[in-house]
Design a protein around this ligand. Structure first.
Ligand code: HEC
Ligand code: HEC
Ligand code: HEC
Ligand code: HEC
Ligand code: HEC
Ligand code: HEC
Ligand code: HEC
Ligand code: HEC
Length: 392
C-alpha cells in the first residue's frame, strides 16, 4: 500500500473516531439537559463559572420559579448578561457574590456561605485597601463605604414594620446589583441616571409622594424639563442618610436644604421671627415647607399654591388660629433692599436709617458744640485776673 493510501486510511479512521467521540459527548449533554429539566442533577459540575449559571439564569431563558421567605411563589429575575458585563461588577464571577451557591443544580442546595450583599464585601475591600496603603488609588471604594455608613444610621436600615425580619430598603432595591453602574459625571448617561431618581423612590415604594411631586414646580422641572438644578427626592432627603421626617433634626436640615438652592429666601426667612426661632433648633415654628408644602410646592402665583394670596390666610391659620386677613400683610421674605417688591419694608427701613442718621448727627453736633463751649469757658476762666494770681 502506498504511503498516501495508508495515511488516507488513517485519516478516515481518525475522522470516524472523532465523530463517535463527539456523538458520545452530545448524548451525555442531552441526557444532562433532560435530567436537568427533571431537576435531577445531583453531582455538582466541576465548573461553577458564569456561563454555567447563565444556562438557567439568563433573562432570555424563560422564568425561574421559587418561593419567598414566607413560602409564597415568586419568579426570579433573569440576568441580562449584556447589561451585567457593562456593570461595575461585570468582570466578577457570580459565585464571588453568591457565596451560598455551591452547585449548579435546580433547586440549589445552599451552602453555608453568606448570601450576596454589598455591605460586608465592600467593608472588607476597604479594610484591605487601607492595609495595603492603596486608599488613594481606590478612593472610589471609600465613597461606597461612606454611603454604607450613612445608610446604616438611616431610616431605610431599620426593620420594616410589616416584616421586621428585613430592613425597610436595601442597596439592591435602589441599585440593581447586576446592572449597577455610575456613569462618569458630565455625560448624558449620568444626567439620565440622576433624573431617574424620583422614579426609583416612587415606583416601588413611595407612589403617593411621587404623584404629588410630579405636579409640583420641582417635579415638572426635573421630570418634564430635565432641569438638573431643581429639587429631586434626594436634594431634600439625602440619598443614603435618609432620616425620619417627624424628627426635629430633619425639620431643621430640610430648611437648610431648601436654602441651599433658594439662598435669598433663606436669608430673608432668617431675618423674620419664624427664622430666628428655627435657627435656635426649634422644629415647631413655621419652616419653608409649612408655608409652601413639601412635595407639592407650587409657584406663589399659581392659584393652587398654599401661599397664593387667596390661600395664604388658611396657611397661616394652621398655627395662628386667630389670625385675620390683616395678619397676612406680614411679609415672610421681606427684603429691605427691594423697593419694587417690598416698598413698605424699603420705606420703613430707609426711614429708620434716616432717623438713626439724624439722631446721631444731632447728638454729635450737640456734643461738639458743648465741648467747644466748655473749652472756651475754661480758657476764659484761666485768663481771669482772679485766677492768674497777680492781684494783691
Ligand atoms: C440548572 C439550572 C440552574 C443553574 C445551572 C443555576 N441555577 Fe441558580 N437557581 C435555579 C433555580 C430553579 C432557582 C430557584 C430555586 C432555588 O432557590 O434553588 C435558583 C436560584 C438561585 C438564586 C436565588 C437564591 C435565593 O435564595 O434567592 C441565586 C442567587 C442563584 N440561583 C445563583 C446561581 C449561580 C451563582 C449559579 C452558578 C454557579 C446558578 N445559580 C446556577 C436554577 C439554576
Ligand atoms: C457584585 C455582586 C454580584 C454579582 C457579581 C452577581 N450577583 Fe446576583 N445578586 C447580587 C445581589 C446583591 C442580589 C440580591 C440579593 C438578595 O436579594 O438576596 C443578587 C440576586 C441574584 C438572584 C436573585 C434574583 C431575584 O429575583 O431575587 C439571582 C438568580 C442572581 N443574583 C444570579 C446571579 C448570576 C447568575 C450572576 C453571574 C452571572 C450574578 N448573580 C452575579 C449580587 C451579585
Ligand atoms: C463580593 C464582593 C462584592 C459585592 C457583594 C459588591 N461589590 Fe462592589 N465591588 C467589588 C469589587 C471587587 C470592586 C472593584 C474594586 C476595585 O476597583 O478595586 C467593586 C466596585 C464597586 C464600585 C466601583 C468603585 C469604582 O471604582 O468606581 C461601586 C460603586 C460598587 N462596587 C458598589 C457596589 C454595590 C452598590 C453593591 C451591591 C449592589 C456591591 N458593590 C456589591 C466587590 C463587590
Ligand atoms: C433608598 C435608595 C437607596 C439605597 C437603599 C441605597 N442607595 Fe446608593 N444611591 C441612591 C441614589 C438615589 C444615588 C444617586 C445619588 C446622586 O445622584 O446624587 C445613590 C448613589 C450611590 C453610589 C454612587 C455615589 C457616587 O457619588 O458615585 C454608591 C457607591 C452607592 N449609592 C452605594 C450604595 C450602597 C453600598 C448601599 C447599601 C448600603 C446603597 N447605596 C443604598 C439611593 C440609594
Ligand atoms: C436642588 C435645588 C432645590 C432645592 C433643594 C429646593 N428647590 Fe425650590 N426650586 C428649585 C428650582 C431650580 C426651581 C425652579 C426655578 C424657576 O424655574 O423659577 C424651584 C422653584 C421653587 C419655587 C417657585 C419659585 C418661583 O419663583 O415661582 C418655590 C416656592 C420653591 N422652589 C420652594 C422650595 C422649598 C420650600 C424647598 C424646600 C422644602 C425647595 N424649594 C427646595 C430648586 C430647588
Ligand atoms: C422640596 C423638598 C422635598 C422633595 C423634593 C421631596 N420631599 Fe419628601 N418630604 C419633604 C418634607 C419637608 C417632608 C416632611 C413634611 C411632610 O410630611 O410634608 C417629606 C416627607 C416625606 C416622606 C414621609 C411621609 C410623608 O409623606 O410625610 C416620604 C416617604 C417622602 N417625603 C418621600 C419623598 C419622595 C419619594 C420624593 C421624590 C419623589 C420626595 N419625598 C421629594 C420634602 C421633600
Ligand atoms: C410664613 C410662611 C413662609 C415661610 C416660613 C417661607 N415662605 Fe417662602 N414664601 C411665602 C410667601 C407668602 C411667598 C410669596 C410672597 C413673597 O414673595 O413674599 C413666598 C415666596 C417664596 C418663593 C418664590 C420666589 C420669591 O422670592 O418670591 C420661594 C422660592 C420661597 N418662598 C422659598 C422659601 C424658602 C426656601 C423658605 C425657607 C428658608 C421659605 N420660603 C419660607 C411664605 C413663606
Ligand atoms: C407651622 C406653624 C406656623 C405657620 C404655618 C405660620 N406661623 Fe407664624 N409663628 C409660628 C410660631 C411658633 C411663632 C412664634 C410664636 C411665639 O413665640 O409666640 C410665629 C410667629 C409669628 C409672628 C411674630 C409673632 C407674633 O405673633 O406677632 C408673625 C408676624 C407671624 N408668625 C406671621 C405668620 C404669617 C403671616 C404666616 C402665614 C403666611 C405664618 N406666621 C405661618 C408658627 C407658624
Amino acid at each position: 500500500m502506498s504511503p498516501v493510501l495508508q495515511s488516507n486510511r488513517f485519516m478516515i479512521l481518525a475522522a470516524i473516531f472523532c465523530l463517535a467521540g463527539s456523538l458520545a459527548t452530545f448524548r451525555t449533554e442531552a441526557a444532562a439537559k433532560e435530567a436537568d429539566s427533571k431537576h435531577e442533577i445531583s453531582a455538582p459540575p466541576a465548573k461553577l463559572n458564569n456561563a454555567t449559571c447563565l444556562v438557567c439564569h439568563d433573562a432570555g431563558k424563560g422564568e425561574l420559579k421559587t418561593t419567598d421567605a414566607d413560602g409564597n411563589p415568586k419568579s426570579l429575575l433573569g440576568l441580562d448578561n449584556n447589561k451585567f458585563s457593562k456593570s461595575l461588577h461585570g468582570e466578577m464571577q457570580c459565585i464571588a457574590c453568591h457565596q451560598d451557591i455551591t452547585d449548579a443544580v435546580s433547586p440549589h442546595k445552599k451552602g453555608p456561605g453568606p448570601k450576596a450583599n454589598c455591605v460586608s464585601c465592600h467593608l472588607e475591600l476597604w479594610e484591605t485597601a487601607k492595609k495595603e496603603n492603596l486608599t488613594k488609588e481606590k478612593a472610589r471604594l471609600e465613597v461606597v463605604v461612606n454611603n454604607i455608613e450613612y445608610y446604616k444610621n438611616s431610616y431605610h436600615a431599620r426593620p420594616n414594620q410589616d416584616n421586621p425580619a428585613r430592613p425597610n430598603a436595601v442597596c439592591d432595591e435602589c441599585h440593581h446589583s447586576h446592572t449597577f453602574n455610575v456613569p462618569p459625571s458630565g455625560t448624558s448617561r449620568r444626567t439620565d441616571w440622576h433624573l431617574s431618581i424620583p422614579n426609583v423612590c416612587g415606583e416601588k415604594c413611595h407612589a403617593d409622594q411621587l404623584e404629588e411631586y410630579a405636579t409640583s414646580v420641582h417635579g415638572k422641572e426635573v421630570l418634564e424639563n430635565r432641569n438638573l438644578k431643581a429639587a429631586d427626592c434626594t436634594d431634600c432627603h439625602t440619598s443614603h442618610g435618609i432620616t425620619a421626617t417627624l424628627k426635629d433634626a430633619f425639620k431643621v436640615s430640610v430648611t437648610e436644604n431648601c436654602g441651599g438652592c433658594h439662598g435669598k429666601n433663606l436669608t430673608s426667612y432668617r431675618d423674620t421671627y419664624h427664622g430666628q426661632v428655627n435657627k435656635l433648633g426649634y422644629g415647631h415654628t413655621a419652616k419653608c415647607y409649612d408655608c409652601h408644602g413639601s412635595h407639592g410646592v407650587l409657584r406663589p402665583s399659581d392659584p393652587k399654591s398654599t401661599v397664593h394670596p387667596d390661600n395664604r390666610l388658611k396657611t397661616c391659620q394652621k398655627c395662628h388660629k386667630e389670625a385675620t386677613q390683616g395678619f397676612t400683610t406680614f411679609e415672610p421674605h421681606a427684603n429691605t433692599h427691594d423697593f419694587e417688591r417690598y416698598p413698605q419694608s424699603w420705606l420703613v427701613s430707609r426711614f429708620m436709617w434716616g432717623l438713626l442718621a439724624f439722631v446721631f448727627t444731632f447728638f454729635w453736633l450737640h456734643t461738639g458744640l458743648w465741648w467747644y463751649r466748655e473749652a472756651k469757658d475754661s480758657k476764659a476762666r484761666k485768663n481771669h485776673p482772679e485766677n492768674r494770681g497777680d492781684t494783691k
